[in-house]
Design a protein around this ligand. Structure first.
Ligand code: ADP
Length: 561
């Protein structure tokens, strides 16, 4: 296969191995991320709203409690009584002991004259008739002011109530400590940058801002106002230096004050950003793991594919060779059969000549002479060679016989020498000394003679190849031993002093198609076929070898008895 083929498979495989897990991975991550971020956002905004609602309630109850305190005084005392400074002082002490937020207390007549005053400033007899707050309290009955400077030139706010006695109105007014009130609002701490402050209808600060802006200043924030009282509005706004803030606003005091809580967006959604970073990190790690595994697996699979393709190709070659060998075998069997017929004719002709010669000798037509003796010798030689040829053709026919194995008792004492004789010529050509040590006590085995012959011939031929490789044309030794091996077992050992087998190759020796011989010489099928034959007969085949010294193949077979 060409490299381009593998490259395109590698590319497709790699891409599918990445895309198949990456698409669901990214989808689930994106869906999970958006749900998670949404939940976190909703949660952050909800907790901001909760803080605003709690503070609104706290501020409102602070103002209500202070107003109720004054209301109580208004019910308990008459104008005449409270106008007396000793009574007012007692009432004020009482009030302060209940709430230290009260700075002073004053009583005003209908014309706005400060008829009695208890507190740190000297405001008695000042006239407030034209002050806005005085007009409003007369008109509405009760009044809580914004923070203002007033005569005392100190930021403060007041709570004033009015009462009608004998058709005349009088006013009770208390000043609230702005510090204490501010603290109530300013103590809000949310995250690192969260703060709360109050604005009046003109957008002036009623409590200090963290950034250092003081009371009655106008912060530059973009403020959005909720429509209805009680509603809480949240939005993202940008301040002067371009920092984004998460704002929550709500109305207080009949929409006269606005409670603002704000926190830097990065701080408010800090958890969100941390989660996003983690998710990005997980995605990167997950992606890298997927790519790594895909890369590794693709590499392995392609290598395996290449191996398998090479094996397949080799197998194809081996099969062609095996097929060629099988055909050659068939042809050899055919030739043997064809040669056998003329051989039989030559044998009968030779027998006829012999008989004629005997007749002529007996009738005295042929006198014994040197020439006659030579003719008789030649006749004997022809007979011998005919027997040899016949033996060879018989052996080829037996070897090439196909079909079901024909099992029979085989006497190894005769069988082994016959097979050995078949390779005797080859052995002598290669200078190999063949020795046979066959015990007379060797019991017969039960098997197919053709198959057993195949096994022994294969072992002999392999041994002779190994000997030639090691010694060339002289010095080779091939030894065939056979004998009983305990408990009705027969052992046949074929030893040579050939090149031997490396321990690496020894593990693969019985595998089909394993060969070290050049293409066209070996098929690598011999030993695996032999192994199968012996195994079928209930025996076993083992090998023992040392590189450079020699090899012994041992076949153990059950006895026929
Ligand atoms: P082939 O003879 O066609 O190679 P075999 O299965 O008969 O196939 O043998 C496989 C391999 O085993 C041979 O190629 C050779 O390397 C090794 N081998 C077999 N017998 C011997 C031996 N007696 N000495 C050394 N190597 C041997």
């Amino acid at each position: 296969m060409d490299q381009g083929y593998y490259r395109s498979i590698r590319k497709n495989f790699f891409l599918s191995m990445i895309l198949v897990p990456v698409i669901p991975f990214i989808l689930s991550l994106t869906i999970g991320y958006s749900y998670f971020i949404n939940a976190l956002e909703t949660n952050t905004i909800a907790s901001m709203k909760r803080i605003v609602a709690d503070h609104r309630q706290m501020i409102e109850s602070f103002l209500r409690e202070r107003t109720d305190d004054l209301m109580f005084i208004l019910h308990e005392y008459r104008y005449q009584e409270l106008s007396r400074s000793e009574v007012l002082e007692k009432v004020f002490r009482n009030l302060q002991s209940r709430s230290p937020a009260f700075v002073d207390l004053g009583v005003f007549d209908q014309n706005g004259s400060h008829v009695a005053y208890q507190g740190p400033y000297s405001l008695k007899w000042k006239v407030y008739r034209d002050e806005d707050w005085f007009k409003q309290v007369l008109a509405e009955g009760s009044y809580v002011s914004d923070i203002f400077l007033g005569y005392r030139q100190v930021p403060h706010f007041i709570i004033a109530l009015t009462k009608t006695e004998n058709g005349r109105k009088w006013v009770l007014r208390a000043t609230i400590d702005t510090h204490m009130f501010s603290e109530l609002v300013e103590k809000v701490r949310i995250g690192k940058t969260g703060e709360a402050y109050l604005l009046n209808a003109q957008g002036e600060l009623q409590t200090r801002q963290r950034a250092g802006r003081g009371l009655m200043e106008k912060p530059p924030d973009t403020i959005e106002y909720p429509d209805a009282a009680g509603e809480i509005l949240t939005y993202i706004g940008t301040d002067l230096i371009g920092e984004d803030f998460l704002y929550a606003t709500t109305w207080l005091k009949k929409k006269e004050w606005l409670l603002v809580i704000r926190q830097e967006k990065a701080d408010a959604f800090g958890a969100l950003r941390a989660a996003a970073y983690r998710i990005i990190l997980i995605s990167l790690l997950g992606g890298a793991a997927i790519i790594g595994v895909a890369f590794y697996m693709t590499g392995r699979i392609i290598t395996r594919m290449k191996q398998m393709d090479t094996e397949k190709e080799n197998l194809g070659h081996q099969l062609i060779l095996a097929q060629r060998l099988a055909e050659l075998g068939e042809m050899a069997a055919g030739f043997a059969h064809e040669i056998n017929n003329p051989l039989q004719i030559i044998r009968s002709e030779q027998t006829l000549i012999e008989m004629n010669l005997d007749d002529l000798k007996q009738s005295g037509d042929l006198k014994p002479s040197e020439g006659l003796a030579e003719v008789e010798d030649s006749m004997a030689q022809i007979k011998l060679q005919i027997e040899r040829c016949s033996g060879i053709t018989q052996a080829i026919l037996k070897f090439g016989r196909q079909g079901e194995p024909r099992l029979q008792e085989i006497d190894l004492r005769e069988f082994i020498p016959q097979v050995t004789a078949m390779v005797a010529k080859k052995a002598s050509v290669h200078g190999i000394a063949v020795t046979q040590e066959i015990s007379a006590a060797t019991p017969p085995v039960y098997g197919d003679p053709g198959q057993l012959q195949q096994v022994l011939l294969n072992l002999f031929n392999n041994a002779m190849d190994a000997i030639s490789a090691q010694h060339g044309a002289s010095g080779g030794r091939l030894c065939i031993q056979a004998g009983p091996d305990g408990d009705n077992q027969i052992e046949i050992a074929v030893s040579d002093n050939g090149c031997g087998i490396s321990s690496e190759n020894l593990k693969k020796i019985f595998s089909p198609f394993f060969t070290t011989k050049p293409v066209g010489k070996g098929t690598g099928l011999g030993l695996s076929v032999c192994f199968g034959i012996i195994d079928k007969l209930g025996g076993e085949m083992t090998v023992d070898s040392k590189r450079g010294e020699g090899t012994t193949f041992t076949v153990r077979l059950p006895g026929a008895a």
